[in-house]
Design a protein around this ligand. Structure first.
Ligand SMILES: Nc1ncnc2c1ncn2[C@@H]1O[C@H](COP(=O)(O)OP(=O)(O)OP(=O)(O)O)[C@@H](O)[C@H]1O
Ligand SMILES: [Mg+2]
Length: 500
């Protein structure tokens, strides 16, 4: 039976290698018209690569792409656009120095005669921002906005062109529940209009909420493709990983409770327009969470403590010494490290190798005189790759050849190697798969057991519930509430506190 019309697009017998590494092996992928289909799989499974083939970013080595049952050629993104295919990339593609309006209308400008109609574009942007409740102005520059907000703007940009097929690669990676709800409203609306959607995510909760069917990719091959109702959470994870995964997202009560010894204390910290006079202390061995909506000042607090942003405070004490953080090197000197939310802008030098990226903050330790100690580098890099299971073809390859989640693991590994006393983590698990999430949680547990402390920001409440000893809830740059983990009965309770 020819059921080709059932599909908005199909990719058949797709093969793709990068150099000697085969990434996709005989993949058949079918997207049903007017449905939301999840594409899931561990970090490096080949999800982004497959979707980039569908959108003409990569050419496949062999295979056929069919639309309405007919083979088509998609050699570049313009071909894809002609077929109504639009992709929201995992790595954000906005221009940092341009404004929100300029980004949304880039190569899609509204014109009045031969001139650009700037007023109309600004007005349309303002409306879209308002509709989606995004806290940004049309004139804001992308570089001044947080990652979550940029993620939403990236989505608006894709919506400004009418797409028949929309691919979303990790659209909710650093969105809180509230923004995720807004996004899901948009997705449902698009579905009603007949748009077919591929939804890639490592957030199982989101997948089970929004999609109709789930395709599982493991090591470059499809291992399952069924309606959502035919999976349970456990069966899905097992299909993705190929084995049972112990549940690590559960809160484990400490064997020795956190003492009262204070490692870091800040009094009356203000950061720009985002943080207004917060005071808190982190105890030795404690994981202190900061929860809040996008734009509530969580990231700015961490960045001020790491010297990336200018913060004003009455007093900052670390290890019983009063200090002033002037810049990143004084933060590092005082035993502070930051795993940033925005790995592409701050976390990595993308055109350098994995090895160079791992070594960068650790050069002092790795040097012998003015020379780099090769054996030490080897031990260190091997350790990093193994302890976090970074999937890479050696450490000499460029960062750009790693999948999104594996890039994030490099950021985490390199800062852990600096042996900080206070580790600031901003959305450390954004984009990493379930196994790696569990590994990161384990690493944090080990890290604090040694008497170190962590300030932990995550938009995933399940994660905060699993790892934090205490949680501050920010609201508009102030501490609105404080909870000890043992007094939080459910994730919903925390979720409610964040939103009200
Ligand atoms: N440009 C490239 N050059 C070389 N290798 C690449 C390139 N792009 C991807 N790869 C390799 O292909 C494999 C699949 O990568 P891909 O980005 O498709 O994974 P993914 O499933 O999207 O993972 P994640 O969940 O981490 O985003 C990875 O092992 C990666 O190292
Ligand atoms: Mg990817």
């Amino acid at each position: 039976m020819d059921n080709s019309n059932e599909y908005a697009i199909s990719l058949e017998h797709i093969y793709k290698s990068f150099g000697s590494v085969t990434v996709l092996k005989d993949v058949n992928f079918y997207l049903k018209k007017g449905t939301i289909q999840a594409l899931v799989g561990g970090n490096g499974a080949g999800k982004s690569t497959l979707m980039k083939i569908m959108t003409g970013v990569h050419a496949c080595d062999s295979g056929t792409i069919k639309i309405d049952g007919r083979a088509v050629k998609i050699d570049n993104t313009i071909d894809a656009q002609k077929h109504g295919i639009k992709m929201i990339f995992q790595e954000l593609s906005l221009s940092p120095t341009m404004t929100v309006t300029e980004n949304i209308f880039l190569s899609n400008e509204i014109k009045k005669g031969i001139l650009l109609d700037k007023k109309a574009m600004a007005e349309k942007t303002r409306k879209l921002l308002e509709e989606l409740e995004i806290q940004a102005l049309p004139t804001d520059r992308i570089q001044d906005l947080g990652v979550g907000i940029c993620q939403l703007i990236e989505i608006i940009k894709a919506l400004a062109v009418d797409a028949k097929i929309l691919i979303m690669d990790e659209p909710t990676a650093s969105l809180t529940e509230k923004e995720t709800n807004i996004l899901f409203g948009i997705i449902e609306n698009l579905k009603k209009k007949g748009v077919s959607i591929v939804f890639i995510s490592h957030r199982m909760k989101d997948i089970f909420r929004i999609v109709d069917s789930i395709t599982v990719l493991r090591d470059g091959g499809i291992v399952a493709d069924k309606p959502k109702s035919e999976y349970t959470l456990d069966s899905l994870i097992e299909l993705m990983i190929g084995r049972n995964v112990e549940k690590k997202m559960e809160f484990i009560k400490r064997e020795t409770p956190v003492g009262n010894d204070i490692l870091m204390q800040v009094e009356n910290l203000s950061v720009g327009k985002q943080v207004h006079g917060v005071s808190f202390a982190v105890r030795r061995g404690e994981v202190l969470g900061i929860a809040g909506l996008l734009g509530s000042g969580r990231t700015e607090t961490l960045e001020a403590l790491f010297g990336i942003r200018k913060g004003k405070y009455n007093k900052l004490v670390i290890d019983k010494r009063e200090i002033v953080i002037k810049n990143v090197s004084s933060a590092i000197h005082n035993g502070i490290a930051l795993i940033p939310e925005d790995r592409r802008r701050q976390g990595l030098v993308l055109d350098h190798s994995v090895k160079d990226n791992l070594c960068l903050p650790n050069l002092k330790e790795l040097k012998r005189g003015i020379k780099i100690h090769k054996a030490k580098v080897k031990t260190m890099t091997t350790n990093c790759v193994e302890s976090l299971g970074i999937k890479t073809d050696g450490v000499n390859v460029g960062m750009l050849s790693l999948s999104g989640g594996n890039q994030q693991k490099v950021v985490i590994a390199k800062w852990l190697e600096t042996n900080p006393k206070l580790l600031l983590m901003d959305e450390p698990t954004a984009g990493v798969d379930v196994v790696a999430k569990g590994e990161i949680i384990d690493i944090i547990r080990n890290f604090v057991t040694k008497g170190n402390s962590v300030l932990f920001v995550s938009s995933e409440t399940s994660e905060m519930m699993a790892i934090c000893d205490r949680i501050l809830v920010y609201s508009a740059g102030r501490i609105a509430k404080e909870f000890y983990r043992e007094n939080l009965e459910s994730e919903e309770m925390l979720e409610y506190a964040i939103q009200h």
